[in-house]
Design a protein. Structure first.
Length: 107
């Protein structure tokens, strides 16, 4: 029985590591294809997990949940991105403009 619990914990850790690697790979892909990307670290709330928002110079953006805000800040620092704190630094207008330009037309 104790070994079953240890195996389950080990499997959970492996899944968490794979999830972190997948999120990091997604961020890396966005950053490499969108030069000049900036980052907004978003704190966890009562109904949302901590997340990282990447915004390209053209306004295209990518948001994903992250394990912790510390993880997001470390990722941003390691990537050499400009880091903003959501709620303190406003989201850029170019992000809203990009959304408006790529919104499906209303019928």
């Amino acid at each position: 029985m104790i070994f079953d619990r240890l195996r389950a914990k080990s499997a959970d850790r492996r899944q968490q590591v794979k999830a972190k690697q997948a999120v990091e790979a997604t961020f890396d892909g966005f950053v490499t294809t969108h030069p000049g990307t900036q980052a907004w670290v978003e704190q966890a709330t009562g109904f949302n997990k901590a997340s990282l928002l990447l915004v390209a110079t053209d306004g295209e953006w990518l948001r994903r949940s992250v394990p912790t805000t510390k993880w997001a800040q470390d990722y941003v620092a390691d990537s050499g991105l400009v880091c903003h704190i959501a709620g303190i630094d406003p989201y850029p207008q170019r992000m809203r403009d990009w959304d408006a330009a790529h919104r499906p037309p209303k019928d």
